[in-house]
Every structure is written in C-alpha cells, then in structure tokens.
Design a protein around this ligand. Structure first.
Ligand SMILES: Nc1ncnc2c1ncn2[C@@H]1O[C@H](COP(=O)(O)OP(=O)(O)OP(=O)(O)O)[C@@H](O)[C@H]1O
Ligand SMILES: [Mg+2]
Length: 251
C-alpha cells in the first residue's frame, strides 16, 4: 500500500495585520493529501495562499487551526524544539531567492544541514560529493555563491535541500529567478529525484514547470479550487491541459 506522506486537514490561517490589527483570512480550510513519491505543483494567483500553505507545511509558520501530518507525525502539535529537530531531519527546502550563505563555499553551504545534525566529516564529505555529482556542480564546490551563476546557485540550493535525504522537499518558486534553460534543467533534476522516490511539493507560477509534476493543485482565495492529475500524459500534453484549464477558469 502506498504510504501517505503529507496530510493537511482543514487548514485555516488568519493573519492580523500588525499596524491596523485588521484580521485577514489567508487560508480558509485547505484539505489535501500527498502520497510518498508524489510530485505536486501548487499554482494560483498572487495572494491566493501558496506561500502561506508551503510555510505551514514547512512549519516555518503555524496554522490558526487545522492539522499538518507528515509521515504520520502530527507536526501541528509539536513544540518549537521538537519542530526544529523534525524539520532538520525530515524536510528540505528550496527557497525562491536561494538563501545561500555568502561567506560559505558551495561545499559548506551544501554540508550545512549535515553539520547541524552532527554527522561525521567522512559522512559529510561523501554525501556532499554524491549530491554535487547528481546536481552537476562538482567543479564549483570551492567557489563562493557570488562566484557562480543563478542556475548554479539554484542547483546548490537543491543539493543542500536533498543532502539529508529528507522525506519531503518543499520548493517555493524554485524557477522564479531562472531563465528557461536553467528552469528546464532544474525541473529535470526534480523529476530525476522524484523518479528515485523523493516526494516534492513545489509552488510555481510557471505552467511549464508545473507540467513536470504529477499533479497540480490550484489555490483560489485560500482554498483548493481544483486539482489536475497528469496520469499517463507526457509533459507537453499536461502543459497544454494546465494552460487550457487556466484559460477557461480565467474567463
Ligand atoms: N504576515 C502577514 N500579515 C497579514 N497578511 C498576510 C501576511 N502574509 C501574507 N498575508 C496575506 O495572505 C494572503 C496570502 O499570501 P501568500 O503569501 O500565501 O500568497 P501567495 O499565493 O504566495 O502569493 P504570491 O504568488 O504573490 O507569492 C495575501 O493576501 C497576503 O497579503
Ligand atoms: Mg508566494
């Protein structure tokens, strides 16, 4: 039986605006489940709640109500210390703006999550080299982030996100800052890792990037409006279906 990797149960998020105190309901009951090995794209208009949802899954933010269960563990009931440990051991992130540490080399950036987990130098070196090879950045390991290109930074960020073999990889607009060639390469990398069993959840505005996923969720005003399954379609066919869906829903 397929294992359920992620469960979101009736997630609500109410922000209260700092200055005015006015309340704003960004999520209005998001329900969703992802299986182990899923590759899911979250799409939706600006302000629809994509980043809020991702940040709550990542436990970088807390829901006002509802539950987040990852690999059978109810993350929403954990205290801060437990959350930090869980996040380090089970989740990988790829942020829109890379979030690389500029005073660390590419190698040390990738190694950082393992250092936090107190892994041995030998284990760290092996794992970093393995990921650098898979992401095609072996030659860059001694460079600093300001000495590499945008696409290379993004691949470094992916290597860092995957270095602890996380149960779940979360990516917010991972191709947002990339040209089409680098976007395609990054999506191929995600597909390769996904084929090996890595579960991935990715927020994107790009129809092309979304078409590489197995399923697309559309958020609308803080709720999941629709989902599209790729099923046995290829990337191009799925891209066309997503485009048609967006065109028709915008009418
Ligand atoms: N800290 C906050 N305080 C108040 N309102 C917030 C806060 N963070 C987000 N919001 C509001 O919640 C809604 C959802 O925001 P979110 O960042 O999830 O949107 P998004 O779908 O990721 O949009 P984008 O595509 O522009 O990144 C927005 O209307 C936003 O203004
Ligand atoms: Mg966002």
């Amino acid at each position: 039986m397929e294992k359920i990797m992620l469960e979101l149960w009736d997630l609500h998020k109410i922000y209260s605006v700092e200055k005015s105190g006015v309340k704003y309901e960004a999520l209005k009951g998001v329900d969703f489940q992802a299986k182990e090995g899923d590759f899911i794209a979250i799409m939706g208009e600006s302000g629809s709640g994509k980043t809020t949802t991702l940040n709550i899954i990542a436990s970088l933010d807390t829901p006002t109500s509802g539950e987040v269960v990852i690999g059978g563990v109810d993350v929403s009931k954990m205290n801060n210390k437990e959350i930090c440990k869980f996040r380090r051991e089970n989740l990988g992130f790829v942020f829109q703006d890379f979030n690389l540490l500029n005073y660390f080399t590419v190698k040390d950036n990738i190694a950082f999550p393992l250092v936090l987990l107190n892994k041995s130098k030998k284990e760290i070196d092996e794992k970093v080299n393995e990921l650098a090879e898979q992401t095609g950045i072996t030659k860059l390991l001694d460079k600093y982030p300001y000495e590499i290109s945008g696409g290379e930074k993004q691949r470094t960020a992916v290597a860092r996100a995957l270095v602890c073999d996380p149960q779940l990889v979360l990516a917010d607009e991972p191709t947002g800052a990339l040209d089409s060639k680098n976007s395609d390469q990054l999506m191929e990398l995600f597909q390769t890792f996904n084929e090996k069993g890595q579960t991935i959840i990715m927020v994107t505005h790009s129809i092309k990037s979304a078409s590489k996923a197995k399923k697309v969720l559309f958020l609308k005003d803080g709720m999941i409006g629709n989902t599209l399954d790729k099923a046995d379609r290829n990337d191009d066919e799925f891209e066309e279906e997503i485009a048609n869906f967006l065109y028709n829903s915008g009418k």
